[in-house]
Design a protein. Structure first.
Length: 172
């Protein structure tokens, strides 16, 4: 991959704990540094990364993230982890770029911020649709029993009524 070609960032952003975040291995790749270097920068500057900027995933979240990712991304040979990865919010990703100070990190921080902004605008534009779907779901939820009764009545109408079979033979 060429050094000056930006990596598509939107697919790297995931939602965890109600926040849109980017995992440290992905952010390190975007900024053109080793994950180890990014993690060291965070470890050396803990005051710059409060929990709303960066946080470590639980083992369960890390496994879920890996499961989601492995469906659409082929994992690299060294993609296993001893410790669950850090994830960075929009502000944490920008803070990391400021700490790394590499030309690539500075250049790519603009792309990262723009990706988070685009995702935010998409979510805001889809909010009315989500609200309408929730309203429709509330309306239909009360009709389940009524629909069941209606289907049962229609089935009964479709069934041919049972007539007594005529007796065969001699009648007195």
């Amino acid at each position: 991959m060429a050094r000056n070609v930006p990596i598509p960032i939107e697919p790297l952003i995931v939602t965890l704990r109600g926040q849109r975040v980017i995992p440290s291995p992905d952010l390190a790749r975007v900024y053109g540094v080793d994950t180890r270097v990014l993690n060291q920068a965070v470890k050396r500057n803990p005051d710059r990364f409060p929990t709303d900027f960066a946080f470590r995933l639980t083992s369960r979240e890390a496994l879920e993230l890996r499961r989601l990712r492995s469906q659409s991304v082929i994992l690299e040979p060294a993609s296993h982890f001893r410790y669950p990865p850090l994830v960075f919010t929009e502000h944490g990703a920008l803070m990391a770029a400021n700490l790394l100070k590499s030309p690539r990190a500075v250049q790519m921080s603009v792309f990262v911020v723009r990706a988070f902004v685009r995702m935010r605008s998409l979510i805001v534009s889809e909010a009315p649709l989500a609200e309408k779907l929730a309203e429709l779901e509330r309306r239909v939820a009360g009709h389940d029993e009524g629909l069941k009764l209606l289907v049962r009545a229609v089935r009964q109408l479709l069934q041919a009524p049972e007539r007594p079979r005529p007796r065969i033979g001699y009648r007195a």
